[in-house]
Design a protein around this ligand. Sequence first.
Ligand SMILES: O=P(O)(O)OC[C@H]1O[C@H](OP(=O)(O)OP(=O)(O)O)[C@H](O)[C@@H]1O
Ligand SMILES: O=c1[nH]c(=O)c2nc[nH]c2[nH]1
Ligand SMILES: [Mg+2]
Length: 175
Amino acid sequence: MAGEAPELSAQERAGKAFPVSWDQFHRDCRALTWRLNEVGPFHAVIAITRGGLVPAAIVARELGVRVIDTVCIASYDHNKQGELQVLKGISEAAMKLGGGTGKGLLIVDDLVDTGKTGRLVREMLPDAHFATVYAKPMGRPLVDTFITEVSQDTWIFFPWDTALSFQPPLRDGAA
Ligand SMILES: O=P(O)(O)OC[C@H]1O[C@H](OP(=O)(O)OP(=O)(O)O)[C@H](O)[C@@H]1O
Ligand SMILES: O=c1[nH]c(=O)c2nc[nH]c2[nH]1
Ligand SMILES: [Mg+2]
């Protein structure tokens, strides 16, 4: 409607940017694995797609876990969070490995923000261990192990969502 301010996306509301390179992400995933190695062993890794797929592959490789399942959840459309939709649940085989409650299973995601996604998966697997690479304060209580906390008003830019681009020099008005 004319005159109405356009709704800000979660990314725009965040204000601060935290860009993560592939190198940094790999290092952070390895650091996460060092911590998880003290907690395991795990029968299987459950990746929350899509963001959890990359850290799940790295963590599973380091921990020597070869059974990997996915729980497919859609919520943010680019950067606005809508209703959570479970597009694919946890497989019967993985459920069995976790004794029906997730015991001995490792859930992996790239980050927790509001915690909505993590909460939903925790409800499916209450006894599983939940690990993320990054955590924001609202979602942090849901996570058992994470590496880096960023403030709630920070937007994390992952390497698979970004590309190198020219930045104008500061004195030319770049923020
Ligand atoms: O704690 P929350 O506020 O729920 O946000 C965290 C979730 O948001 C992102 O996923 P997204 O829904 O954008 O989907 P994607 O992983 O397919 O990119 C991220 O990968 C987490 O799964
Ligand atoms: O790329 C992303 N960065 C974030 O900080 C974030 N929070 C929720 N979903 C997100 N996706
Ligand atoms: Mg995700």
